[in-house]
Ligand binder design. Structure first.
Ligand SMILES: [Cu+2]
Length: 192
């Protein structure tokens, strides 16, 4: 993981396709990350060149799925009505954060980490799912977690690039109503 950020920045079309593919193919990795556990032998795999967090090796301009064993700290976020509290968080490049997201509102929400391109693509995907009458849960997306009313969800994410990113609720209409937050990632990448 020593390539410059620019090499990870695909066009929005490619990113959209990648997210679409991720939606279908990363369920297992995500389930492992969210369970708080890990596959036996995962720790050893972490040290192998080219192996990152399971078989997928996914990474995005805004980071990559993290594993419970490498969490640096936890950030608690509360969903109230149509807002996130806090609405801004700061992390350092290289940090793995466990986001614990509690939904204290009456309706369902989601918590999606991404840059503007990924968030826009995700909103489009969610809107299409709604149009088709599909359930808008997307627990197979590695950068998103659905949180039903009264529930708590967890998302572990490693921030690999400095920059300003967003955490949004992409249930149709919610982002537009202001359900969004800012993640500021400071510093240069820590050595791996
Ligand atoms: Cu919402």
């Amino acid at each position: 993981m020593t390539q410059p950020a620019a090499s990870f920045r695909p066009s929005s079309i490619v990113l959209g396709a990648a997210l679409g593919a991720a939606f279908f193919f990363t369920g297992f990795d995500n389930a492992v990350a969210q369970s708080g556990g890990g596959m036996p032998g995962m720790e050893n795999m972490e040290g192998m060149a080219g192996m990152h967090h399971g078989a997928s090796g996914e990474s995005f301009p805004f980071g990559e799925p993290g594993t419970a064993g490498t969490v640096d700290r936890t950030i608690n976020i509360t969903m109230k009505d149509i807002t996130f509290d806090p609405a801004a968080v700061q992390v350092k490049t290289g940090e793995t954060i466990r986001f614990v997201v509690t939904n204290r509102s009456e309706g369902d929400h989601d918590f999606t980490i991404g840059d503007v391109e990924a968030q826009t693509a995700h909103r489009k995907e969610m809107a299409e799912m709604m149009e088709r009458g599909m359930e808008m849960h997307h627990d197979d997306d590695p950068n998103a977690v659905s949180v039903e009313a009264g529930e708590t969800g967890t998302l572990i994410w490693k921030f690999t690039h400095a920059g300003s990113f967003e955490f949004d609720c992409n249930i149709p209409g919610h982002y537009e109503a202001g359900m969004k937050g800012v993640i500021t990632v400071s510093g240069t990448a820590a050595p791996h």
